[in-house]
Design a protein around this ligand. Structure first.
Ligand code: ADP
Ligand code: MG
Length: 470
């Protein structure tokens, strides 16, 4: 039997997961994994795909967090069940290509290593924390985002002087990270300024580590003496007093020195609960701009530009189909496109409307996450309102609880296959007409309240993330 090769499927799985998880989470867990071989069990005749992890810790974490997501992606791509198995890679098997990016002469063992020539005039190397495709060139500007995008361009051309600090906010998957990293890439490429990009989560982790290991001094120096500081998803700092204090001082030092600060947040800063007033008022000194969901024309433009970037031609009717069906989240929109491209490439077929319709159905109907239970949905929604699941199941009727309950029902109906009756059961045995009524209420509110749709999208994303882990 010819040796099976599943590497193509693995690579496409990575593309999908990168889209689904977002860059930060993806690179933390997946960039050190390596395709090893196709596995075959002679007794059961079962195939598998064997992936190498750099450490036992890494292997166990990836396996417990992502195995089901990987398996369902593999299944979607291949149409077969090819479960993934993890092994420890041997040291030298990991990341063999890492050094290859740096052009270098082969060095004989005993020769002294020559230092790199000064790179003053040469083009700077790609920034290590920034994705090279998150650039203005790849960012489609439309009515929905022209205000934040133009501000970002102005800042890139004049860091520290145009708008400082700059806060980009908006729902999940709307392009905050892409826009922020475009600023970083532009400044890094065109000036000698030092740019730091970090997710708020990593900033928090480094801070905690700094406190624990008594290395706060170097932590402070690192962040207070950079030229450009980009911190992604600062809603994570909610409720974290210590790091908020540190952030406040970093903020002041940088602003005083006219160094550029850019933050992103998934909601307006004033809606962050338990965020100190003095920190919020610092944002008032600069500019805050929100990203709106793209409209139909913008969705088409984003799909076309992405397809062009990949070098694939996609018929207009397919662009139209995807743009019409996926409306509120660019990440999902692009993920449907890459899914379609991956599938047609693997099957060696051209992209057609027929295949797109078929795949689109799978893309949405396939249970994208394990454990998408009403319980998880209720938990995440309750928590985001500062409530408990029991509040949502109770008969209490304060405004906040009623809204959270309605949203959880609405999202439950959209994300799962449960009927109105089943959903009612999960909310303390309510009647199906109550569920229906709640969902209608949210539909009405969606028309009048423009902030509701991003809130729902953000909740859905949190629910998916929560479900992968539990
Ligand atoms: P967020 O940080 O708001 O959750 P991201 O910046 O991660 O969103 O964007 C999600 C995906 O959508 C990324 O692949 C990004 O490149 C793409 N994207 C978002 N907005 C645009 C745009 N205006 N033009 C091109 N691609 C976009
Ligand atoms: Mg982001």
């Amino acid at each position: 039997m010819a040796e099976l090769d599943y590497e193509g499927f693995w690579k496409e799985t990575l593309v999908q997961l990168r889209n689904d998880l977002g860059e930060e989470e993806f690179s933390g867990w997946f960039s050190d994994l390596k395709y090893l071989r196709a596995g075959f069990d002679e007794q059961t005749n079962d195939h598998s795909i064997v992936i190498g992890a750099p450490s036992a810790f890494h292997r166990d974490k990836v396996s417990s967090r992502y195995k089901s997501a990987i398996n369902s992606t593999l299944k979607k791509l291949s149409g077969e069940n090819i479960p993934v198995e993890f092994e420890l890679s041997k040291k030298n098997e990991v990341k063999p290509e890492k050094k290859a990016a740096e052009p270098h002469q082969p060095v004989k063992k005993d020769e002294p290593v020559i230092e790199k020539p000064p790179k003053s005039k040469a083009k700077r190397e790609q920034h290590l924390q920034l994705r090279d495709d998150y650039t203005f060139k790849r960012y489609v500007i439309g009515e929905n985002n022209k205000f934040p995008a133009n501000a970002a361009i102005a800042i890139s051309e004049n860091p520290g002087k145009a708008y400082n600090p700059f806060l980009i906010y908006g729902g999940v998957g709307l392009g905050k990270t892409h826009l922020m990293q475009s600023i970083g890439n532009y400044i890094h490429e065109n000036t000698d300024n030092d740019v730091i990009y970090i997710t708020a989560e990593n900033f928090l982790n480094e801070y905690v580590e700094g406190v624990r290991q008594n290395t706060m001094k170097s932590f402070k120096n690192k962040y207070r003496y950079t030229d450009v500081l980009l911190i992604d998803d600062i809603q994570i700092f909610t409720d974290k007093d210590g790091v908020q204090e540190e952030l406040f001082h970093t903020f002041n030092t940088l602003l005083d020195a006219k160094k550029q600060i850019v933050f992103t947040c998934d909601r307006p800063i004033t809606e962050l609960k338990k965020f100190p007033e003095r920190l919020i008022s610092r944002f008032g000194l600069g500019l805050m701009a929100d990203l709106q969901p793209p409209r139909y024309e913008e969705r088409c433009a984003i799909l076309k530009s992405t397809a062009e970037g990949i070098g694939v031609s996609v018929p207009n009717e397919v662009i139209d189909l995807l743009s019409n069906n996926i409306s509120s989240n660019v990440r999902e929109l692009l993920s449907s496109l890459t899914n379609l491209i991956a599938y047609t490439q693997l099957m060696k077929k051209p992209i057609s409307l027929e295949i797109a319709q078929e795949r689109l159905k799978n893309f949405f109907n396939a249970p994208r996450q394990a454990n998408l239970s009403m319980d998880n949905i209720i938990r995440v929604v309750a928590e985001s309102f500062g409530l408990t699941p029991n509040d949502l199941k109770s008969k209490k009727r304060t405004q906040n609880i009623v809204l959270a309950r309605q949203l959880a029902m609405y999202i439950g109906r959209r994300m799962t296959d449960y009927s109105y009756t089943e959903i009612g059961q999960d909310f303390g045995g309510r009647d199906h007409t109550t569920v229906l009524h709640s969902i209608n209420k949210i539909d009405e509110k969606l028309i009048t309240d423009p902030t509701l749709e991003p809130t729902i999208e953000s909740l859905k994303r949190s629910i998916k993330e929560f479900s992968v882990r539990h």
